[in-house]
Write a protein that binds this ligand. Sequence first.
Ligand SMILES: C[S@@+](CC[C@H](N)C(=O)[O-])C[C@H]1O[C@@H](n2cnc3c(N)ncnc32)[C@H](O)[C@@H]1O
Length: 336
Amino acid sequence: MKNPSTSKLDTVRLQNMSRAFIGSASLFSAMDLELFTCISEGDNTAGKFADRAGITEVNADRLMTMCAASGLIRWNTDHFDNEEDVQRFLVKGEKSYAGAWLSFTRPAWASWGKLTEKLSNSEPATVMGDYKTMTVEAARRYHEATASVGFGSGRRFAKQVDLSPFTKIMDLGGGSGAYSIVAAQLHPGLKAVVFDLPPVVEITREFIAHHQVQDQVSTQGGDFTRDEFPIDCDLAIMASNLPQYNSKIISQVIGKAFNALLPGGQMHLIGEMLDDDRTGPLDAAIWGLYETMSNSTGMTHTRSDCVRYFQEAGFTGIEVHEFVPGILVRVCGKKQ
Ligand SMILES: C[S@@+](CC[C@H](N)C(=O)[O-])C[C@H]1O[C@@H](n2cnc3c(N)ncnc32)[C@H](O)[C@@H]1O
């Protein structure tokens, strides 16, 4: 987030930042009380919402006023309407509902109140961070959340990248398998292997079965920091696990993917990358800082760091593309 260049300085920006947690709390409460679903269904005044939510009208009014001031809902003569993104992603029952993903970081709420202590932790950091205790149940909750946005990212990837020349994908840290499942649905001749931690691939198999792509998409349980990669692949995808590891590990993983790919193959790394002037985007900084919570060795990587990892691995024709502007960048390279 860049500093405003105003001639007269005041404390407004800093005040807003110091209270930003109240915005998060309001969003979570609005989701808990299904405010946006109520508005969508016509319970769109403080009185109607209070009755539906079982809270006082005063509290309904307070929450709705905060949500309106935060730009989540807007007053329209005699009632509130949802803003467009809220209507699309926060109304329960909609196919595009992304509540699980938007609540993904909520369990860490109390830990963020102890950030200073966490930053002062002198215990040695671990490579696997939170992943070392991953269970099947935790993976189910985790990927219910990632899938609520991951399939959209999978469709975006298939639009940005011509998948027709490829025969087999290795989807490193593929999670729900969203990228592979979408690719398989669009290209019936294409095969994919979702490589992820053993408890996670149990859940991946549920997604694969649900989407009925078992003939094309398989799984391989393993740790990409240590284990061998799938063979006979001409496309490697690694999406949304970049800040969880440090430069050494990411370089090694990209090097291993290069070695495992068939000649003529390509790799696409999609992640929250920092601009080279290190001024943002905020999301890249957030996910780097997030690693403090689990005391992992993870860190934020810049776009040029990622290009360098590709060069060092031996990739050529390296390109950097916006993937989800402000959130995700895609770096890709070719193996001759
Ligand atoms: C945020 S999810 C992204 C999932 C998927 N690529 C997507 O974009 O929807 C990160 C995934 O990387 C996996 N992962 C992290 N570290 C891993 C490792 N060392 N080996 C294998 N998978 C790993 C996690 O288990 C998780 O499924």
